[in-house]
Design a protein around this ligand. Structure first.
Ligand code: ADP
Ligand code: UDP
Length: 236
């Protein structure tokens, strides 16, 4: 496999073409952003931690029957993935109230949601990733009804698998964001799963162990990511 031109430089990752038209290289950088790119910092070791964290989670999900983009790790900060035609929608599952849900509905943080909620946001930084509903996805053609149903079912499945995995490591999976794409017509999980795109709280103390440490200026951001990785058994 040969790495070729940079196709896209995102806020946290860079995407490269390869000599295989069906494969991309994802490079996880140390850049950390919040508030739709308005707060940006470099956090030492983050690229490597998230790359290895993501590989570990994607392999667990694949083993549980969730089709993922993940092929293999290439280096500390790079992995080889299937090239997906990305669907510009973020799927968010919540087990406890936090973040934008708390702000939008004016409720307290940390209330358990039974059953978990499923929300959709349009991936558009300029508009602040607006909240959308299922009919928008279909009417604007971002995905068809069947694809959307599959994205929702896979999001629920991811929640079941990962809630159990994190619970065994003494962590609550509060919420998370997924992005899906199409690979030869099939819905496949893309992008990444790392503490950058989910909320994780210590079960006993409810200490935040995710990107909220960066958003809220709580400090020890990467130290918390590394502690989560160690608790899960991710080889760093
Ligand atoms: P952002 O675009 O939000 O700044 P990143 O820095 O994480 O995010 O950039 C990664 C980009 O690559 C995102 O736009 C994401 O949708 C896209 N992407 C992730 N996985 C794949 C994949 N398997 N195939 C094609 N594109 C992907
Ligand atoms: N999230 C993400 N990228 C986004 C927006 C949200 O990864 O562009 C994740 C976020 O880390 C959290 C979940 O999705 O785990 C729900 O985020 P929320 O809607 O509460 O928005 P936030 O307040 O985090 O911006």
């Amino acid at each position: 496999m040969e790495k070729r031109a940079e196709l896209y430089r995102g806020k946290a990752k860079s995407v490269y073409a390869t000599d295989d038209a069906d494969r991309l290289v994802l490079l996880f950088r140390n850049d950390t952003s919040a508030f739709d790119g308005k707060k940006v910092e470099q956090l030492e070791r983050k690229g490597a931690v998230n790359n290895k964290f993501n590989a570990f989670i994607m392999e667990k999900l694949e083993a549980a029957g969730v089709p993922t983009q993940f092929d293999r790790l290439l280096s500390d900060t790079e992995c080889l993935v299937k090239k997906l035609e990305m669907i510009p929608v973020e799927c968010v599952v919540r087990n406890y109230t936090a973040g934008s849900l708390v702000r939008r509905l004016g409720i307290e943080e940390g209330r358990e949601l039974v059953p978990p909620t499923f929300e959709l946001f349009l991936k558009n930084d300029a508009l602040g990733d607006p909240f959308i509903n299922e009919s928008h996805v279909i009417s604007f053609g971002w995905a068809n009804a069947e694809q959307l149903a599959r994205m929702k079912a896979l999001s629920v499945k991811v929640n079941e698998v990962l809630s159990a995995l994190f619970s065994d490591a003494g962590l609550l999976l509060v919420d998370f964001k997924l992005e899906f794409g199409l690979f030869h017509g099939e819905i496949v999980l893309g992008d990444e799963f790392s503490p950058d795109g989910c909320r994780l709280w210590d079960k006993e103390t409810r200490k935040k162990m995710d990107k909220d440490r960066f958003r809220q200026g709580l400090g020890d951001v990467i130290e918390a990511y590394e502690e989560v990785a160690v608790r899960l058994g991710v080889p760093l």
